[in-house]
Design a protein around this ligand. Structure first.
Ligand SMILES: O=P(O)(O)O[C@@H]1C[C@H](O)[C@@H](CO)O1
Length: 291
């Protein structure tokens, strides 16, 4: 298996490598899910609503990278939600862990090869929009691929058309119908006031931003800031999947430089943990509405 990028192929893994990884994962379950969920930092609690979960640790998949961040356990999990088979990815890969961009999003290609058609991507994010508070949620309706704009787009390199087209439109990246369904769930459950729709910007991390950086990124028009998601969205769309993106707002950017408290990963995990039960309830309803 060629897990290097020496030939400048887009993914570093050939089409055949990705199919072989998918076949390996499929050996663990007879379920054939069409819905995939990527759990953001601390959001693995979504896995608690899975009936008959079957975990597939990344270590059993040949040449699959490991997840090194607290709050990301490092496994795929098959299971059922509301009578529908789903595949969870618990343990995303981040650019700041030292993985090249093509490797960060490679699991999305494996999910596609497994049969996933609808990709639900979650993350923990900082609120740049002054209206957002920790514990709020934001449906991502557009994004700013900051690494992409500066030459680190996940699709840089040779393109294998079996994965998707060389040039990819991103104007319709986020599925509106899925967004409306999620909104409906939040309103039905009485939590409509926690929900926003907005623009997510990805930065490389692992540093959180300075006040000056937050101000610039807010001026760009971003509502929430994080260190993931966009490479997965781009590869999901390249693979012709329907994509839904959700940010859990875990902290409010200190645009006035007024706070004496320094933001930590533990703060992010705590808010994610506090929101776990609500997210589980919402996801049970949401998945029942997803085709
Ligand atoms: O994997 P996500 O984007 O949810 O994780 C966020 C960004 C960093 O990885 C981490 C910072 O606490 O949370």
């Amino acid at each position: 298996m060629a897990a290097t990028n020496s030939d400048m192929s887009t993914s570093g893994y050939s089409f055949e490598d990705i199919q072989a990884m998918a076949q390996e994962v499929l050996k663990y379950s007879s379920l054939r899910p069409k819905i995939g969920i990527i759990c953001g930092t601390g959001l693995g609690g979504i896995g608690d609503v899975l009936e008959d979960p079957v975990p597939v640790p990344y270590e059993v998949i040949p040449d699959f990278p490991v997840s090194t961040v607290k709050g990301h356990s490092g496994k795929f999990v098959f299971g059922m939600i509301q009578g529908k088979p789903v595949l969870l990815m618990m343990g995303r890969l981040h650019y700041y862990e030292g993985y090249p961009m093509w490797k960060v999003a490679m699991p999305v290609r494996v999910m596609k090869a497994i049969g996933i058609e609808t990709l639900i991507i979650t993350n923990a994010a900082g609120g740049l929009n002054p209206k957002y508070k920790p514990g709020d949620m934001m449906i991502i309706n557009d994004h700013i691929d900051f690494p992409g704009l500066t030459g680190e787009c996940v699709l840089i390199g040779k393109n294998d058309e079996r994965f998707g087209p060389r040039f990819l439109a991103m104007s319709d990246a986020y599925d509106k119908d899925l967004g409306n369904k999620f909104k409906e769930c939040m309103v039905q459950l009485g939590h409509g006031s926690l929900l926003h729709e907005g623009i997510y910007i990805m930065v490389g991390g692992p540093t959180f931003s300075t006040t000056a950086e937050y101000k610039v990124l807010r001026m760009f028009g971003a509502d929430a800031i994080g260190m993931s998601t966009i490479p997965e969205v781009v590869v999901g769309r390249h693979s012709n999947m329907k994509v839904f993106g959700l940010s859990l707002i875990t902290d409010a950017a200190d645009l006035e430089c007024a706070s004496k408290n320094k933001l930590t990963h533990e703060d992010v995990l705590k808010i994610a943990n506090d929101s776990a039960l609500l997210l589980q309830k919402v996801f049970v309803n949401f998945i029942s509405m997803v085709n």
